[in-house]
Design a protein around this ligand. Structure first.
Ligand SMILES: Cc1cc2nc3c(=O)[nH]c(=O)nc-3n(C[C@H](O)[C@H](O)[C@H](O)COP(=O)(O)OP(=O)(O)OC[C@H]3O[C@@H](n4cnc5c(N)ncnc54)[C@H](O)[C@@H]3O)c2cc1C
Length: 509
């Protein structure tokens, strides 16, 4: 109790997405110490990821460093790391970052860890059809898309050429429509005339969804407009079509016509979201329920049942069937901050979170977007101007806004795509990392195993030396060479004054 009064009220915020970041900013003048923990050092503006993937924007333009955003806020400590668990009794979060693990205590916890890609139980699809959730995803897709044209240019066999020039996007929501539209523009407009052996205008872009309309949540009028626009761009739209398998060279689908295979080297997944693993862990720890997507079912004031000190905000909360959009995250983050400020001032709390729907929008192509704001439905150029204004407003930082406008000018008025750089590592790093494992995690496990083995060996030697004649000691020592972690070598290194880790590293070299 003495410890609780010795410090200012501690607010730990997990996630610097829209929910977490706007909560932190709303607590700027509050009498609290904030620790903002995020898995990356930057805030990611996810709605523009597709523009990074298609070479319009650079990753830096949509991912400003968190430290820079909050540099004028004195009451905040930004920490890198993934929160892996929450001890709701001890009020601590457990965090892991490359080569280090740590804990942070809280008085109030705000969790805004967003959402992950869902392959509806077919996670192996991810190898051949990356999702669109992170900078890594966008750069991998950029490498695959631009790489596909380069490789198509090298093919002698027309079938191989066609396979490299066929792009399949799964999911006809805003992200899928935006991706398909941009790949079509890229192929049919921006890249035209740049290759000697292929005509990029002949590239096929296929948009697939199991439902019967594109942008279904935007209503019939805007959905029809978007479909017409996609057709004008040359996108082949396959609705009521279910993906049943994805492999390196193609995709298997069930259509109204029956089972079909589409030969394609470049596939991408924009079809589903699920709550991140932390949501399940937190729900279990706090005794809360989750919905079908794994999101935490919160009280009307965004707190977890029985835990008024824990808020879940944004994409990972389930409340009133609110959609997973930026405005829900921003408003719920600010609401949680406001509740904390009220509590600290002794004011009444527990009010219901009221979401103000500011509408939704999606671009189909340059100068063409659909926007649904209450009863107002806009499409075409006016919709696009609206899209431009809103995205500029929420893109964090002057520098980012300025350079984004320059790049939009280059891509939409001219024919350039300024950000076409990609590397082989970007294409293959995800699969390689999965196969090889996280190097930091591997080293941590190896070190822990070596230390445990050395400790066990030292204890055994001590016990034997103290109780038996020396001949038995030799036996006990040699028995320990069977340790799977190579305990003897590590122990020997430790005995010589070196650490087990150094011995391991020396062994690897
Ligand atoms: C491609 C794409 C396009 C979109 N387009 C639109 C759009 O046009 N309009 C719109 O309104 N919405 C759009 N959305 C949805 C919108 O981006 C999300 O609703 C919004 O980002 C949710 O905010 P959040 O704070 O809940 O989560 P996020 O913004 O996802 O942030 C979560 C943060 O938590 C961090 N994190 C996750 N797990 C942990 C952990 N265990 N420990 C520490 N940190 C963690 C992540 O690194 C991330 O920074 C789009 C989403 C995507 C993926």
């Amino acid at each position: 109790m003495a410890e609780r009064t010795a410090h200012r009220h501690r607010v730990v915020i997990v996630g610097a997405g829209f929910g977490g970041l706007f909560a932190a900013k709303a607590l700027k003048n509050a009498d609290v110490d904030i620790t903002l923990i995020n898995g990356t050092a930057y805030h990611l503006f996810q709605p523009l990821l597709y523009q990074v993937a298609t070479g319009i924007l650079s990753e830096g333009e949509i991912a400003p460093p968190i430290r820079e955003i909050v540099r004028k806020q004195d009451n905040i400590d930004v920490k890198l790391g993934w929160v892996t668990d929450v001890d709701v009794e001890a009020k601590k979060v457990k965090v892991t970052a490359p080569s280090i693990e740590y804990e942070v205590g809280y008085d109030t916890l705000i969790v805004g860890a967003g959402a992950s890609q869902s392959y509806f139980g077919n996670d192996h699809f991810a190898d051949h059809a990356p999702g669109m959730k992170s900078i890594d995803d966008a750069l991998e897709l950029r490498a695959r898309i631009f790489g596909a044209f380069e490789l198509a240019d090298l093919q002698q066999d027309p079938a191989d050429q066609e396979r490299w020039m066929t792009f399949v996007v799964v999911g006809a929501g805003p992200t899928g429509v935006e991706m398909a539209g941009q790949i079509a523009e890229l192929a049919h407009r921006n890249l035209a005339g740049q290759y000697k052996h292929i005509d990029p205008r002949k590239a096929r872009v296929i948009l697939i969804d199991a439902v019967d309309a594109v942008l279904k949540t935007f209503g019939d009028r805007l959905s029809t407009h978007a479909l017409r626009q996609l057709h004008l761009l040359g996108v082949e739209v396959e609705l009521e079509t279910k993906v049943v398998d994805v492999d390196a060279t193609g995709i298997e689908v069930e259509t109204k016509r029956g089972h079909e295979r589409i030969e394609s080297m470049t596939k991408m997944w924009a079809a589903g979201v699920a709550a991140p693993p932390l949501a399940r862990k937190l729900a279990e720890a706090a005794g809360a329920q989750t919905d079908r997507a794994g999101r935490i079912m919160v009280e009307p004031d965004c707190t977890l049942p029985g835990h008024p000190e824990i808020f879940a905000v944004g994409d990972m909360m389930s409340l009133d069937r609110l959609p997973g959009v930026a405005q829900v995250a921003i408003q719920s983050g600010r609401f949680a901050a406001d509740q904390i400020k009220r509590r600290l001032k002794g004011k009444e709390t527990g009010q219901k979170f009221q979401y103000f729907d500011k509408g939704s929008m999606a671009t189909v192509s340059r100068f063409n977007a659909v926007a649904s704001i209450g009863k107002i439905h806009l499409s075409g150029f006016i919709g696009w101007l609206m899209w431009l204004a809103v995205h500029l407003l929420y893109l964090v930082g002057f520098k980012n806004r300025f350079t984004a406008v320059v790049h939009w000018f280059v891509s939409f008025f001219g024919r350039g795509r300024s950000e076409r750089v990609s590397t082989f590592q970007q294409s293959y790093a995800r699969i390689a990392t999965r196969e090889y494992g996280d190097p930091f995690e591997r080293r941590r496990v190896e070190e822990a195993e070596a230390a445990a083995a050395a400790e066990k060996e030292a204890a055994a030697e001590k016990a034997v030396a103290g109780t038996t004649p020396s001949g038995t000691t030799v036996q006990a020592s040699s028995a320990s060479t069977a340790s799977p972690a190579g305990g003897t070598g590590a122990a020997a290194a430790a005995a010589k004054g070196g650490t087990p880790a150094k011995a391991k590293a020396a062994g690897r070299r």
